[in-house]
Design a protein around this ligand. Structure first.
Ligand code: ADP
Ligand code: TYD
Length: 219
C-alpha cells in the first residue's frame, strides 16, 4: 500500500510552514510515519529557484520550479510514498498556477509542464487576510520578488489562490480551502486534522497509524 500525498499551499506568510510542521507533529504523535518536505526543495536546483526570482522570470522560472518538482518527486516524494509514509509538502502545483501566472505565463503552459507531476491525494489551500500575510512574510525576511509589493499585490495573490483552488477542483483534485482568519497556528493545524484524518481513513484498508509495516508491505 502506498502512502498519502498531502500538499499545503497558499500565499506567502499565510502560515503554510508553521501549519505543516504542527500537522506533521500531530500525525507523528498519532503514530503515522510522516515525511515533511517543501518546494522549492533544499537542493541546488530548488535554492536557485527560491533565491533566484530576481534573475529568473516568466517561462524560465516556470520551467525551473517544474524541474525542481520532478526531481523532488523522483528523489523524495515517490520513495516516501512507496514506503507507506504520509508526505506533507509545503507548496506544490497551486503555487506555480498562481505565481507563474502573476509572472505572465499562460496557465495552459503551466498545466502542460506539470502534466507528469503526481496528483496529491489532498491539496490544502490556506487563505487569510492578504495585508496580514504580507506583513508576516516581510517580518520573516524577503528573499523573493513575489514577496514584494504592498497590500494590492497580496490581494491579487490571495484572489488567484481562490481561483486556482476552483480550477484544481474542476480538474479533479481533492481540494480543501481553509480560511485562517484570527485562528492561532494550533487552531489551524487542528482544523486541518479533520480532512486529513478523513483522507487517511478513506481507503485505508483497515490501516492503523502504527501499521506502517503492513502499509509498506502492501502494494
Ligand atoms: N495563524 C497564525 N497566527 C499568527 N501568526 C502566524 C500564524 N501562522 C503563522 N504565523 C507566523 O507568520 C509568519 C509566517 O508564517 P509561515 O508559516 O512561515 O508562512 P508561509 O510558510 O505561508 O510563508 C511566521 O512568523 C509565523 O510564526
Ligand atoms: C514552488 C514554487 C516556488 N516558486 C518560487 C517563488 C516563491 O517566492 C519562492 C518560494 O519561496 P519560499 O521560501 O517557499 O517562500 P515562502 O516563505 O513565502 O513560502 O519560490 C515559484 O515561483 N513557483 C513555484 O511553483
Amino acid at each position: 500500500m502506498t502512502g498519502r500525498f498531502i500538499v499545503v499551499d497558499g500565499p506567502s506568510g499565510v502560515g503554510k510552514t508553521t501549519t505543516t510542521a504542527l500537522l506533521a507533529d500531530a500525525l507523528a504523535a498519532e503514530g503515522w510515519q510522516v515525511y515533511p518536505t517543501k518546494e522549492p526543495t533544499r537542493t541546488k536546483l530548488g535554492e536557485t529557484a527560491r533565491y533566484g526570482t530576481d534573475d529568473y522570470h516568466g517561462l524560465t522560472l516556470a520551467c525551473l520550479v517544474a524541474a525542481d518538482r520532478y526531481h523532488h518527486l523522483e528523489a523524495e516524494v515517490r520513495p516516501a510514498l512507496a514506503a507507506g509514509m504520509i508526505v506533507l509538502c509545503d507548496r506544490y502545483l497551486a503555487t506555480s498556477l498562481v505565481l507563474q501566472r502573476l509572472d505572465g505565463v499562460d496557465p495552459a503552459f503551466i498545466w502542460d509542464i506539470n502534466r507528469f507531476a503526481d496528483r496529491p491525494d489532498l491539496t490544502v489551500i490556506l487563505t487569510g487576510d492578504p495585508a496580514r500575510s504580507r506583513e508576516r512574510a516581510a517580518a520573516r525576511g524577503i528573499h523573493s520578488r513575489f514577496h514584494r509589493g504592498g497590500p494590492e499585490a497580496g490581494r491579487r495573490e490571495m484572489e488567484l489562490y481562490v481561483r486556482v483552488s476552483e480550477e484544481l477542483s474542476r480538474a479533479g483534485f481533492a481540494v480543501h480551502v481553509h480560511h485562517v482568519g484570527e485562528q492561532s497556528p494550533d487552531a489551524v493545524a487542528t482544523a486541518l486534522l479533520g480532512p486529513v484524518r478523513a483522507l487517511l481513513s478513506a481507503g485505508s484498508d483497515g490501516q492503523t497509524p502504527t501499521g506502517s509495516a503492513a502499509r509498506s508491505s502492501e502494494s
